[in-house]
Design a protein around this ligand. Sequence first.
Ligand code: MN3
Length: 199
Amino acid sequence: MFTLPELPYAYNALEPHIDEATMQLHHEKHHATYIKNLNDALSGRDDLLNMDIGDLIADLNKVPEDIRTKVRNNAGGHANHSLFWTLMGPNAAGEPEGKVAEAIKLSFGSFNEMKDKFHAAALARFGSGWVWIIKSEDKLQIVDTPNQDSPLMESKKVILALDVWEHAYYLKYKNVRAEYVSAWWNVVDWRKVGDLYVK
Ligand code: MN3
């Protein structure tokens, strides 16, 4: 069975940028529901229920065809949120340092140019989905996906993830996704991003 991971900080820890009510609803209801639906879909398939979530979404062909879409959406939701929580923090370092900072400069010109491109991708993603930075060789790339799809489904290496579903920001920012994305930069934990880059 898949279980809801605890947040590595309190629900109010990301205030004022990401509000307590949003964090609680997002974790306790949205993330938990993906897990419940995933466990329900895989009921009786202990081999799949015992897999690492990253391994499961990287190999969805293992999943019977009649439940594959349900598993794709809900396993994707579980994997994506589990990663997303860890990339934010209350004492987030303001800017990337070390190897990941070098890679950002090499790939995008500067930290600010990367942020501009990422922001544009977040606004351009129509409807629900995610924006990512993935690593291939030493280069970084910004990509976006619909629904709960993830670059992890193609075994890509992810170093940064942003949930742009309305449930991630609607309580505080209403329909203004741009304000949410601007605020979110304040809680990105670049040490965690740097760790993923060198891993
Ligand atoms: Mn979400």
